[in-house]
Design a protein around this ligand. Structure first.
Ligand code: ATP
Ligand code: MG
Length: 251
């Protein structure tokens, strides 16, 4: 059994069909890259996995560890280990990053019937991970993402992932807007979280990211479904040839 099984998924937003029969499996421990043209439905897939409201699933199913998650609220999914790093991270004024991280972690633990994380354990994890990611103590005291640069927000997403230790992490264009050094820092942060117990879906437009986060498999999405699957060399092919053949073919 695959850890994530998406079967013939059809999704509409405001009566507009966006995902049209998407089938995708991700194995336990696998890092799967998803590439595809603008508007092909990549972010929609990420939101549907996380359980964002407003998406109607008209057909198909999503199984996590053999269990359908379609009826689960976003917080239940999070407690089951689903994590989404946003393409456009949101600012949360008035909530310090530290408080946010700790509250999120404890909420998830509570839903799982676990006790709260101890202060020393939590502080150690945040300090170590922040140091690796180049996030200063000052930034941890500021409101979540408030006034952070694009690249700083992306680092915060990886910090959240490191604290929450998800079973399925979905990273939506975590590389967009990163300079070369930040790209390496973020990729290194992701690589440190690779584990046989953690599956990752890395959505990206650029082959460059996949030099640093080497995927086990690459899927191409076009017009609301997966149209091709291959090894990491597929990303190079796409870089060279573009999406013309898929955009025509998947119509
Ligand atoms: N709330 C909405 N209302 C109407 N259309 C929507 C809505 N959300 C998404 N769409 C449409 O669904 C399609 C897929 O959008 P999505 O954001 O999933 O694409 P994407 O593959 O992530 O693109 P990009 O590479 O540009 O990030 C687009 O045509 C978009 O306009
Ligand atoms: Mg997108």
């Amino acid at each position: 059994m695959s850890f994530l099984e998406i079967k013939n998924l059809h999704v509409e937003v405001e009566d507009k069909k966006i995902l049209k029969g998407l089938t995708l499996t991700v194995e336990k421990g696998q890092v799967a890259a998803i590439m595809g043209p603008n508007g092909s439905g990549k972010s929609t897939l990420a939101y549907v996995l996380a359980g964002k409201p407003g998406y109607q699933i008209t057909e198909g199913d999503i199984l996590l560890n053999g269990e359908s998650i379609l009826e689960m609220a976003p917080d239940e999914r999070a407690a089951k280990g689903v994590f989404l790093a946003f393409q456009y991270p949101v600012e949360v004024p008035g909530v310090a990053t530290m408080t946010f991280l700790r509250t999120s972690l404890n909420a998830q633990r509570k839903t799982r019937g676990e006790g709260e994380v101890s202060t020393p354990e939590f502080m150690k994890l945040v300090r170590e991970t922040s140091a690796h990611l180049g996030i200063s103590a000052d930034m941890l005291k500021r409101g979540v993402n408030v006034g952070f640069s694009g690249g700083e927000k992306k680092r915060q997403e990886i910090l959240q992932m490191a604290v929450l230790q998800p079973r399925l992490a979905v990273l939506d264009e975590t590389d967009s807007g990163l300079d070369i050094d930040a790209l390496k820092v973020v990729a290194d942060g992701v690589n440190r979280l690779r584990s046989p117990e953690r599956s990752m879906i890395v959505i990206t437009h650029y082959q460059r990211l996949l030099n640093y986060i080497v995927p086990d498999v690459v899927h191409v999405m076009a017009k609301g479904k997966v149209v091709r699957t291959g090894g990491k060399e597929l990303a190079l092919e796409l870089e060279a040839k573009g999406y013309a053949e898929y955009v025509g073919e998947a119509a």
